[in-house]
Design a protein around this ligand. Structure first.
Ligand SMILES: NC(=O)c1ccc[n+]([C@@H]2O[C@H](COP(=O)([O-])OP(=O)(O)OC[C@H]3O[C@@H](n4cnc5c(N)ncnc54)[C@H](OP(=O)(O)O)[C@@H]3O)[C@@H](O)[C@H]2O)c1
Length: 316
């Protein structure tokens, strides 16, 4: 598995990562998923404090039992900032919370459940409307000083939201994790649609993709298989563009004698931004199928055929 530098940091990580949101709560099954990832060269694992209400981090830590030294050979990323309705009483709504107290408390919980002394990367999960960059900076400083978090980043943030954090946060923000796949590529499409009358307002992503490229912030792609929508999951009443994208994925897979998963992941890897797909399959066979993408480089023409199908029409 080819390795990539995360943000501008010294972290050299597998360019395909495993997302742990859907890990089984059965330790044997979870272990089979994680082991398949390791066997295919994946050493970067994405968590969040809320996945399975903490159970995913807990089940992941059972990996340490039979594999002494494994912790030092993998990279653990977790996220904080999303809070569930009712967590402090019946009136509490679903909300985001980037307060100093919540960030520090959340990381403490992740470290306890993951049975580790440190996270390699902590991401702020979804932008908090009430964000106070000074609070975030205080939390990051403390977590770094105590050795509990090595590096920091964000998820689902726009360029402006990252810049706002950067007014106070001293640590470089290494990554921005966003939804990105052949059939969910608005961030890429925005750059194509600029100045087109029929699509105004055009800038839904506020230039976040070129901003991240200029700043050396790694874009991590969540739901890179679109939950299987273009790789064989039977879909009832799928939009025409999704059916079309699935057909092109199938055609290229047959032509190249690779899996459909490899085509979907290779489409992300082909983008020069250096996107790190965070695959979420729990199936060992599908993990191996995704990792075939490491050996595959799509041509410009193949990339644009998939782009055209996924966006539902030719480029202007
Ligand atoms: N930052 C955020 O806001 C955010 C949001 C969502 C997710 N994430 C992260 O991104 C990771 C990946 O997300 P994701 O799980 O949505 O990504 P994904 O890789 O696009 O989808 C994986 C899901 O699709 C299913 N699937 C794939 N191919 C299939 C097929 N041919 N037939 C039937 N089912 C198929 C998988 O089932 P099997 O397990 O059976 O293969 C699994 O449930 C998560 O684990 C999490 O770490 C982050």
């Amino acid at each position: 598995m080819e390795r990539m530098r995360l943000g501008g940091s010294p972290l050299m990580v597998s360019r395909i990562a495993l997302g742990c949101m859907r890990l089984s709560s059965d330790p044997a099954q979870a272990k089979a998923t994680v082991q398949a990832a390791l066997d295919n060269g994946i050493d970067f694992f994405d968590h969040a404090d809320i996945y399975g209400q903490g159970l995913r981090e807990e089940v992941f830590s059972t990996m340490w039992q039979d594999a002494p030294g494994l912790r030092d050979r993998v990279f653990l990323q977790s996220k904080c900032g999303i809070r569930f309705a009712g967590d402090t009483g019946p009136e509490a709504p679903a909300r985001y919370d980037f307060s100093y107290e919540h960030i520090v408390r959340s990381v403490g919980g992740s470290l306890r459940r993951l049975k580790t002394d440190y996270l390699d990367v902590l991401l702020l999960h979804r932008p908090d409307a009430l964000v106070e960059p000074e609070e975030v900076a205080r939390a990051f400083d403390e977590l770094q000083r105590k050795g509990q978090v090595r590096f920091f980043g964000v998820s689902n943030h726009t360029a402006a939201q990252i810049q706002l954090l950067q007014t106070c946060v001293d640590q470089p923000l290494l990554a921005n994790q966003v939804q990105l796949s052949v059939v969910h590529a608005q961030m890429i499409d925005d750059g194509i649609l600029f100045n087109r009358d029929e699509d105004a307002p055009t800038s839904r992503s506020e230039g976040t993709l070129p901003f991240c490229r200029m700043q050396g912030i790694t874009l991590q792609a969540w739901s890179p298989l679109a939950g299987g929508a273009v790789t064989g999951k039977p879909l009832a009443n799928a939009a025409l563009r999704i059916e079309r994208a699935a057909a092109v994925v199938q055609e290229l897979a047959t032509q190249k004698a690779v899996s459909r998963e490899a085509i979907a992941i290779a489409w992300l890897l082909r983008h020069p931004a250096g996107i790190q797909p965070i695959i979420g399959t729990t199936s060992p066979a599908r993990i191996a199928a995704c990792c075939e993408a490491d050996e595959l480089t799509l041509s410009r023409e193949e990339w644009y055929r998939l782009f055209e199908a996924g966006r539902g029409g030719r480029v202007p």
